[in-house]
Design a protein around this ligand. Structure first.
Ligand code: ZN
Ligand code: MN
Length: 133
């Protein structure tokens, strides 16, 4: 049993490592089914949750109501496109100084923040431009 579960997790990790587009559990399930045909979505989801709990992958919540998964566990920020739903890494400085701003008028202890950015991605901007021309 342990071997079977660890193989599933290894396959899921390898798939996530190969993706930069922050797949959903459904995306992972569709891909992993090619390697492990009898796997269920529930099993995929349970393995994803275990990997998140173990700190091996990150779960992203970017306001679209679906969990996305990221092999890159280093601190970084994400952008979600309101047109196509793409979730994209942003290359930007750390904004933890926001904690000081938040704490300035607050008598408790601020421990962290969850920030994502949204708008129209580069591809969708290009499409809009070509369609209006
Ligand atoms: Zn887009
Ligand atoms: Mn990311």
């Amino acid at each position: 049993m342990a071997t079977k579960y660890s193989r599933q997790r290894e396959e899921i990790k390898a798939y996530l490592a190969s993706r930069k587009d922050h797949p959903t559990a459904d995306n992972v399930y569709m891909a992993i089914r090619r390697q492990i045909p009898n796997i269920s979505l529930g099993t995929v989801y349970r393995n994803l949750t275990m990997l998140v709990d173990a700190g091996e992958i990150t779960r992203l919540r970017v306001g679209d109501g679906v969990d996305h998964f990221d092999y890159d566990t280093s601190p970084h920020y994400h952008f979600v496109c309101t047109e196509c739903g793409s979730v994209i890494d942003l290359d930007m400085q750390n904004i933890d100084s926001i904690l000081k701003l938040a704490g300035a008028g607050f008598d408790g202890k601020i421990a962290g923040h969850v920030t994502y950015f949204y708008g129209v991605c580069g591809n969708c901007c290009k499409k809009e431009n070509t369609e209006s021309n």
